[in-house]
Design a protein around this ligand. Structure first.
Ligand SMILES: NC(=O)c1ccc[n+]([C@@H]2O[C@H](COP(=O)([O-])OP(=O)(O)OC[C@H]3O[C@@H](n4cnc5c(N)ncnc54)[C@H](O)[C@@H]3O)[C@@H](O)[C@H]2O)c1
Length: 359
């Protein structure tokens, strides 16, 4: 299957490796900065003959890839996605899928109109530990769900933001909830049954005065099934990335995933009392080299199969929109200092320009 990548920055290595591991025919790399795509090809050991571009439409016209991955700055995702979809490509879009509900809807509309597939890149859903939790949930082992809690306690310093001027801006990134925490927010919403009805959120910028977005976000979420969600996310953790955790509390079970990126099972207790299983499961986990984890490979495997067998990808465009919507709802609640009901209409990160600026 012919494959091309748009955006050759930090996360592009995960995409190239996933494409290679899945046997994709890489027909092009594109980055708007001249020379960057070629450098990435060399760095990742791709053939010298890989065509490299600065204009993604030229690449699509020349190479006609069946599958395209978009790993550019977040603010560019939606336009590039719609252009690729309209050219007949299936697309994997890095998170967040878009920066506004309107743009997410444009992607979904183009997907439906062109009969292609769109996958939202929330790769942590494929972590072993997350898959074990999902299986237990779908098997009914938690019983009635009471609440789910996620924590993202990471650290991003001044150099991280200053090296790339799009980071932390409302137009192209958002704050830590939209960038770092959206994976955990996706997992929380998905595990709790997707139907999020209300959000109470508080965000602030305590330690990164040079960015527009927040560096801490706290939220209470209310789900249609009567359960609750709890979130704390920050890039202010002294000493580096500490943890990304997800805990589910049910009538018949309690499980907690931990590690730096929900990559381990810390607790595993169920009323069916399978002690052997508990001993076995606790401590299960992968040890990825960074918080991006290993999930890109499985996400690609799934997307390729979805295209070949004409089924929906495991993480589809609707899932991407749901994660985006949850973050935007927290921002709106924080800006308006009141609970916000979902579904949201016409909210964009750019709505928040200036709203949180300290007087
Ligand atoms: N899934 C994950 O775990 C994960 C991890 C890191 C980043 N991301 C996401 O991936 C995206 C990229 O993040 P990054 O850290 O690699 O950023 P980065 O700044 O390192 O790389 C982005 C690249 O996109 C290029 N670019 C921008 N506009 C372009 C255009 N129109 N055409 C072609 N190239 C263009 C830039 O020149 C840059 O090289 C972001 O949306 C981010 O949220 C996801």
């Amino acid at each position: 299957m012919k494959y091309a990548l748009i955006g050759c920055g930090r996360v592009s290595v995960n995409h190239i490796n996933a494409a290679v591991d899945n046997g994709l025919d890489i027909v092009g790399l594109c980055d708007i900065v001249p020379g960057k795509a070629r450098l990435k090809a060399i760095e990742t050991g791709l053939s010298d003959n890989i065509p490299c571009y600065t204009d993604y439409m030229k690449m699509i016209e020349d190479q006609k890839p069946e599958l395209v991955a978009i790993a550019t700055v977040s603010g560019a995702h939606a336009k590039i996605a719609v252009d690729c979809i309209n050219a007949g490509c299936n697309v994997i879009i890095e998170k967040p899928m878009a920066m506004s509900i309107e743009d997410a809807d444009k992607i979904i509309e183009a997907e439906n109109r062109n009969g292609v597939k769109v996958c939202a890149n929330h790769q942590n859903r494929f972590n072993d530990a997350v898959q074990h939790m999902r299986d237990a949930l779908l098997g009914g082992r938690f019983g009635k769900l009471f609440y789910g809690a996620v924590s993202v306690r990471w650290m991003r310093d001044e150099s991280y933001y200053k090296n790339d001027d799009w980071r932390g801006t409302w137009k192209n990134d958002g704050g830590t909830l939209m960038n770092q925490c959206i994976h955990a927010i996706d997992l929380l919403r998905w595990m709790m049954g997707d139907e999020l009805t209300e959000v109470i959120g508080v965000t602030d910028n305590l330690n990164h005065p040079y960015i527009e977005g927040e560096d801490i976000g706290l939220a209470v979420l209310r789900f249609k099934n009567g359960s609750y969600g709890l979130l704390d996310g920050t890039v202010n953790t002294f000493g580096g990335d500490y943890e990304e955790t997800l805990a589910l509390f049910g009538q018949d079970g309690f499980a907690k995933l931990g590690g730096t990126c929900v990559n381990k099972i810390d607790e595993w207790r169920f009323s069916d009392g399978n002690d052997i299983e508990t001993a076995h499961k606790t401590g299960i986990g992968e040890n990825p080299p960074n918080v991006y984890g290993f999930g890109h490979r499985s996400l690609y495997t799934d997307m390729i199969e979805a295209i070949k067998t004409d089924r929906a990808p495991y993480i589809d465009s609707a899932a991407g929109k749901r994660a985006l919507e949850a973050v935007l709802a927290i921002y709106k609640s924080s800006a308006e200092k009141r609970p916000v009901s979902l579904p949201l209409k016409n909210v964009a990160t750019t709505d928040f320009i200036g709203l949180f600026d300290k007087k």
